[in-house]
Design a protein around this ligand. Sequence first.
Ligand SMILES: C[S@@+](CC[C@H](N)C(=O)[O-])C[C@H]1O[C@@H](n2cnc3c(N)ncnc32)[C@H](O)[C@@H]1O
Length: 211
Amino acid sequence: MKASINSLQHHWDDAYTLKETSKLGWFEESSEPTLTIIKSCKLNKKARILNVGSGSSVLIDELVDLGFSNVIASDLSKESLKNLQNRMASKKDAVDWIVDDLTNPKVLSEIKPIDLWNDRAVLHFFTEEKDQDTYFSLLKKLVKPSGYVIISVFNTEGATKCCGLPVKRYDKGMLTEKLGSDFTLIDSFNYIYTNPYGDARPYVYTLFKKK
Ligand SMILES: C[S@@+](CC[C@H](N)C(=O)[O-])C[C@H]1O[C@@H](n2cnc3c(N)ncnc32)[C@H](O)[C@@H]1O
């Protein structure tokens, strides 16, 4: 049976408070290849970029350093965002922070349309179809026409668990089907991420553009 959202929130808060960020099984020193994909979109520096399930990812620091002025960092875990805010110090004021649940979005469903939705290692935790449906409905509602979507999740060769939780693995065809006919697949590739413990974690990276 699926854990309640409160216990999942505690689970993730614990993950971010009991270990240093650099010891987390999904830690990246630099958020490649995501950053290269974002650069390929040639977005205006005022583009609204929503990073879902940001955690304490360095991507947020990197986007601010590149001059993006409308970055939104969102996560279920307030502790993960607190870590990120502490690390960013005064640069944190350049970011909008939203604690919300992607499987029951409240604040996120009210935000203005966005130019880019970025997800690394979040969607795969939604093993129930109704949670996936909620996630994709929110995405479809928020992404502007001609906007972009980057989804990077465990591929079909990938691990079956992460952070002690079961995951659903994807390939580009499954993600294309979930996004539907309003989105065109622009790029996709498999990528092996090596976690801080030396374990290989095969991902699929996808970039879509909304019509
Ligand atoms: C494996 S971590 C990846 C974090 C970050 N994207 C990165 O690449 O470092 C998964 C993240 O998803 C967040 N998360 C899990 N379930 C969520 C939900 N229902 N709504 C929003 N965020 C969620 C977790 O708190 C965690 O920060």
